[in-house]
Design a protein around this ligand. Sequence first.
Ligand SMILES: [Zn+2]
Length: 412
Amino acid sequence: MSMLFVNEERLLKSLEELSLVGNSSDKGVTRFALTPGDLQARQWLQARASQYDLRSHFDAVGNLFIYAQDAQEQPPVIVGSHVDTVPNGGRYDGALGVLAGLESLIRLQETQTPLSRPVWLAVWTEEEGSRFSGGLIGSRAIIGELGKEELKLTDADGISLAEALCSWGLNPDDLPQAARKPGQIHAYVELHIEQGAKLDVAKEQIGVVTGIVGIRRYNVSVKGQANHAGTTPMNLRRDALVAASLMVQAVEQIVRDSGHLEAVGTVGKLQVYPGGVNVVPGQVDFTVEIRDIKMEVMDELVAKVRTRLQEIAAERHVELTWEAAPAVTPSLLDESVQQTIAQVANELGYSWRYMPSGAGHDAQHLARICPTGMIFVPSKDGISHSPAEYTADEDCVRGTNVLLNTIVRLAK
Ligand SMILES: [Zn+2]
């Protein structure tokens, strides 16, 4: 099959330009969802699209869709990502996927490539959750899972999601109309930077994403006995922090030794009570987080960690409470879309590997209503959500070439 190639110069120039649009920071890119800066970025995209005879519209939750004028009534192939960022974020997270999608649509126009399905670019609303907690709001709306209650979510200034949508002239009451049912989207593909170092370390060019990892979180509390640090002999202590420190190490060791190479386990938050320099710690609260792409792997690791923590608690004569916090189900991506991406990468002569995504993406929601795939490109040193985020020009171009030819095959 003959391959299409993107206009490298145009793609790279638009990456440069978009990083400056609506950006309120002089350090990295700061563009929170549904702010004037976010609107400027979307209007910039609309203006760019119209130069190439592409149309666009917003849905009720601020998702922007861009498509060719001759879009048929058939379920579209959608490509997309986001333009909102974390505070002082990078130039590539989200923006690359959006601009690669736009460049692909433009190339399809310019080359008059015959397709039997329409291709849409989606710019999702509030992916990061920097303004309204939880994030992934636009993609939750499109699968019909953004509840009316969530329109009441407020930002740091007390402005609700509904009010923010109204400020853009959108009507939050139309939220149900934004939802799509299974069968109404033919396929979804998202190009994104890896945000990890696997491709960079292995010097591989393309990641074919197998799925987005699930997350299990637990709030753990260890209760011992607070006491005077000067007068309590070592053999009479029930030191909650010493017990907790062994537990923290157990989490690391169990996950490392599990043989599940993609699994990760983290204690990221820990509080010591009463927290005095001269007091034996009486209580420690900490979090345990386990991520993997397979439910059964997470089940196994959680059971092992929990058993070991109970053993440590017994050995150390402390009480342990273990409470589950909200979890995220892993999303497996569509195998035939994965194969299409892999085949395109092969035919383009790029090196690639299958890999899971350790970070959440809008694709995990789309995967619930349509065949979905993701393409990763290398992040230098694995750095992301930082002004130091960097993906080499050639990698941006390669990823976009893979996206473009994947679209052609899905929309044929
Ligand atoms: Zn992103």
